[in-house]
Ligand binder design. Sequence first.
Ligand code: B1M
Length: 210
Amino acid sequence: EELVAQMMDDLYDGLAEEIEEATNILLERGWEPYQILTEALVAGMTIVGHDFRDGILFVPEVLLAANAMKAGMSILKPLLAETGAPTIGRMVVGTVKGDIHDIGKNLVSMMMEGAGFEVVDLGINCEAEKYLNALEAENADILGMSALLTTTMPYMKVVIDEMVAKGMRDDYIILVGGAPLNEEFGKAIGADAYCRDAAVAVETAKAFMA
Ligand code: B1M
């Protein structure tokens, strides 16, 4: 689809209005919200990520791309949440301390809500105490943690260790995700599961709640 290629260019250029417009056009053409999310927005952000890594794009440009992506996501969010699925469980989610990447976490929240989970989003740069307090206050079933930096992902273990120390580890299902993680890391830090993407997070959460 030509429009999808155009969207990837527009995302790269950080053009939020164009992304909104194209998202609406694809919806009118009958595209599923999830398909737009993955095939246009996430795919476009992957290209941005490569050029960021290679020093072709810099933080200001990537911030604009992130804003454009969020503009598209905000159109899709209510549609993904509109399934009318009964509540299956409650999840507290946040990006770990030192890390301000929130697009992946937001996507996970959206998909989880769409699948019938209640989500309490703690935002970015979350300290252990914040997660622990929220889990208890919100009577949550699941803790979801996101990290996008190799320097911040070890903090997930700090949070889990703190839960163990407080005797509350086994009261929750702990799911972790983010581009630099893998299954082995998830196991090593004592999480219940590593989730490769938002769809896997939903499937994994459902399986644990069943
Ligand atoms: Co950042 N950044 N960034 N950045 N950034 C990365 C992560 C990087 C890989 C880019 C690169 O070099 N190729 C690199 C990390 C290298 C490393 O650690 N090895 C990097 C760097 C270095 C940095 C800075 C240090 C740059 C600097 O300042 N010099 C800085 C750090 C700031 C900080 O956090 N302290 C920084 C800043 C930024 C921006 C602010 C400009 C912006 C973030 C804007 C925002 O989020 N609001 C940004 C962006 C956008 C990126 C890239 C390009 C894209 C991330 C993204 O949104 N992807 C990224 C490159 C990349 O990842 N390849 C990069 C789309 C999103 C849908 O995917 O987040 O992976 P993702 O989420 C997926 C899965 O991972 C999974 O599901 C999601 C959906 O399928 N998932 C979960 C994620 N969290 C989950 C939680 C779960 C389950 C699944 O819990 C249950």
